[in-house]
Design a protein around this ligand. Structure first.
Ligand code: TTP
Length: 393
């Protein structure tokens, strides 16, 4: 079966992280977010992958090329992002026979996608506590009977988990009417498939839709937790490694470092001397964590530097960020409330008691900068030495 993977979106809610890299190319453990989706589809038996690309499309093309893991990769360009059905329709020339559709910014449980592919027509669903925020599926004993978008009174707690196996006939049903929110939506294609076929609900245990920056941390928590420990880099005898830790070839871990996994130190990165890394941390390619720096539960993208005497907790640092000596991130509010973050101009709860900062590419802080919880620093933003930054910039 072919798998169409949607990766054309701009990722406005994850800003400032989706700048030069589109959201599907943001780092999740040892590959881009989209790499996990592509791998899941190939492992489930996809014989061809069609990537729908648009925003910053070249970054996707140059990573996957025309063949990946011996599987042909095709591209369909969606010039304007008008919805998920519109995106699949952009790939219609590649479609023949049954096809799967997955989101390029979602992490899926492998067993669920394996089952999805063998049960076509099928859709993945997950039990959630607040179904009113999702597309909600109704089912009888064996089949899906209905799907309703964000209903006030959800008929079940089964949310649409964004993975579909469609019969060949669905190709003719991709041109759906515009939805209330002004998009052409894949759930309207699914509604027709439900009317015409028995659609199997595949209930999944785990699924993650990466829309906002803290969900990128959750994605890393998930995938770093699955790493097999491996030391291919240069690790000092005077470093202490505990739990699942991967040090890639060309990475260096110097004396006095304590690394508590899950942690991944990527090629060309250096850690230490005397640094402390703990709790689901990714140190990206060529990143530097220097003397007396503590990094906890964070993502340091390629080329990010936290040189000395700093603390970074529950944070995401974009490419080539440079934190000056003594930069400290606060990740906990004194009132113990969940940390808030600005998404598309609105302050929203992250649902996390601990959340630090999100720094876009090339951010530079002066020495002794203090950063408050839930802060967003746009790409290229700077601070003066000694500043306390408590407003997004
Ligand atoms: P969304 O998460 O709804 O959109 P987005 O990724 O652009 O993010 P944001 O809302 O923050 O701007 O999209 C779900 C998936 O579908 C995601 O993988 C992107 C993809 N997509 C397209 O490929 N084309 C589209 O027109 C839309 C709306 C989404």
């Amino acid at each position: 079966m072919k798998a169409v993977i949607l990766a054309a979106g701009e990722g406005t809610r994850i800003r400032p992280l989706s700048g030069e890299l589109p959201k599907p190319m943001l780092p999740v453990a040892d590959r881009p977010l989209l790499g996990h989706t592509v791998d899941t589809a190939i492992d489930a038996g996809a014989d061809e992958i069609v990537l729908v690309i648009g925003y910053e499309a070249d970054a996707v093309r140059s990573h996957f090329g025309t063949e990946y893991r011996s599987t042909p990769i095709r591209y369909a360009v969606q010039e304007s992002q008008e919805g998920t059905a519109h995106a699949v329709n952009a790939a219609r020339d590649h479609l023949e026979g049954p096809f799967a559709v997955l989101n390029g910014d979602n992490l899926y449980d492998q067993a669920a996608i394996d089952e999805l592919f063998t049960r076509c027509p099928a859709v993945c669903a997950i039990e959630v506590e607040e179904p009113q925020h999702y597309g909600v599926l109704s089912t009888d004993d064996e089949s899906v009977t209905d799907i309703v978008e964000k209903p006030e009174n959800p008929p079940t707690n089964l949310a649409n988990a964004g993975a579909y196996a469609f019969p060949a006939e669905a190709k003719a049903w991709l041109e759906v009417p515009e939805s209330e929110r002004g998009e052409y939506e894949i759930t309207d294609v699914l509604a027709t498939v439900i009317d015409e076929f028995d659609v199997t609900p595949v209930v999944v245990d785990r699924w993650l839709d990466v829309g906002r920056p803290w969900e990128l941390l959750e994605a890393n928590e998930w995938k770093l937790g699955e790493l097999e420990p491996r030391i291919d880099g240069d690790v000092s005898e005077d470093a202490t490694l505990e739990g699942p830790v991967v040090v890639e070839e060309g990475a260096e871990v110097r004396a006095g470092v304590v690394l508590e996994g899950p942690a991944l130190i990527r090629e060309g990165a250096t850690v230490g001397p005397n640094a402390y890394i703990r709790g689901s941390t990714l140190v990206g390619e060529g990143a530097k964590v220097g003397h007396a720096v503590e990094v906890k539960n964070s993502v340091l993208s390629a080329g990010a530097t936290v040189g000395h005497l700093s603390y970074v907790g529950d944070s995401v640092l974009g490419e080539n960020v440079n934190f000056g000596a003594g930069t400290n991130v606060a990740n906990l509010r004194h009132d113990g409330e969940d940390v808030r973050f600005t998404v598309k101009g609105e302050r929203v709860s992250t649902g996390r008691r601990k959340f630090g900062v999100v720094a876009g590419d090339e951010v530079k802080t002066g020495i002794n900068t203090s950063l408050t919880p839930g802060l967003k620093l746009s790409a290229g933003a700077t601070s003066y030495p000694g500043e306390t930054v408590d407003r997004d910039r």
